[in-house]
Design a protein around this ligand. Structure first.
Ligand SMILES: *Cc1c(COP(=O)(O)O)cnc(C)c1O
Length: 355
């Protein structure tokens, strides 16, 4: 399925920010993509228009009952000057897979990937060229029907905005983060929205993250909602542990988001012949592994940072220092994945799409 995308170009292009001062999600390009959905009519009127405020009825369902989800993908300029999208289809498939949980219409992944590619092609001048920068792609799906009754809305807006983003670490080298192990609040509960990129998950995570930051930590480690016993995610990233020679990550379920970066790291690790295990990991096991010296590395994975090494895990009772600075395995996955993204390493798995 392909929607015809109508294009209306801006008459007032913006001044591009300096690549050294991009930050994350602070600047937006000249255009955005919008697609409407109406029950009975399906998707219609795909259009690229000048970037600007949306007009929403104050009764729009998203503003009251939170039917909203998003995606986060990247276009990267390679060392060869070619712009490539990283696993865009998989991001679009994840959006389509998650929408039914929120009773929202699933966009056809191919249609969405095609429309996003058209948008990025129009904005190629906005893809930053410096190493470790990218054009961040933010597809968003919201309920727009003006109606205050509680039921799934019958009108939606799918829109995509683009943001040139700087190096996550503010330079070339990875910086380890210090993590507060959260034992009071939970990010996601069994049977809830945790496996969907729903805005609501982020709303429920903000307070714990803010408290952790106040205490001098960078993010929180999320434990399961029932007993606060099993490890789930770190901040808004998937979690990896190196236990002895084994690469371990919590198994997917309805409380863990199925990260594209997670999947990519698992693929690279298996290709290296590493022992890779997806299984439940209890905090008690980590405490023991730390005491016995088996806990070699901890790191997070996600589109924005790619890999984020963890140097400390702290609870009210204990402070565990993990490794020394940036672990070699975290560093090697970061190097390998970003080299594939820049086109300077062979793309064996067909992850990159040149535009
Ligand atoms: C987006 C996200 C991730 C990482 O997914 P990627 O596809 O690798 O970017 C992990 N956990 C949560 C909660 C997320 O929202």
């Amino acid at each position: 399925m392909k929607l015809e995308v109508r294009i209306e170009r801006t008459s007032a292009p913006k001044v591009h920010p300096e690549e050294s001062e991009l930050g994350f999600g602070r600047h937006f390009t000249d255009h955005m993509l919008l697609v409407d959905f109406h029950d009975g009519r399906g998707w219609s009127d795909a259009r690229v228009v000048p970037y600007g405020p949306l007009s929403l009825d104050p009764a729009a369902a998203v503003l009251h009952y939170g039917q909203a989800m998003f995606e986060g993908a990247k276009a990267i300029c390679g060392d060869d000057g070619v712009i490539r999208l990283f696993r865009l289809e998989r991001h679009c498939q994840r959006m389509a897979a998650g929408a039914p949980r929120l009773c929202m219409p699933a966009p056809d992944p191919e249609m969405l990937a095609h429309a996003i590619t058209e948008l990025v092609k129009i904005e190629t001048a906005w893809v930053p060229r410096t190493r470790n920068t990218a054009l961040y792609i933010r597809p968003t799906l919201i309920a727009t029907e003006p109606f205050l009754g509680v039921r799934p809305a019958n009108q939606y807006l799918l829109y995509v905005i683009l943001s040139p983003v700087g190096s996550y670490y503010g330079g070339d080298s990875l910086k380890p983060v210090r993590i507060w192990v959260e034992t009071q609040q939970t990010r996601a509960a069994k049977g809830g929205l945790g496996s969907v990129k729903a805005g609501a998950n982020y709303a429920s995570s903000l307070q714990a993250a803010m408290r952790a930051r106040k205490e001098g930590y960078d993010q929180v480690l999320w434990l399961d909602g029932a007993k606060h016993e099993f490890l789930e995610e770190v901040g808004t990233m998937n979690l990896f542990l190196v236990l002895g020679d084994e690469l371990v990550t919590p198994s997917l379920g309805d409380t863990v988001l199925s990260g594209v970066t997670r999947d990519s790291i698992l693929t690279l690790a298996r290709a290296r012949g590493m022992t890779v295990t997806e299984r439940p990991v209890s905090f008690g096991e980590i405490v023991e592994a730390h005491a016995s010296g088996r806990l070699k590395e901890v790191f997070g994975s996600g589109t924005a940072a790619v890999v984020s090494p963890v140097s400390e895990l702290v609870t009210a009772e204990r402070r565990m220092v993990v490794g020394e600075g940036v672990g070699p395995i975290a560093q090697s996955f970061y190097d390998e994945l970003t080299a594939i993204q820049r086109g300077s390493r062979r793309d064996e798995y067909g992850w990159m799409t040149a535009i």
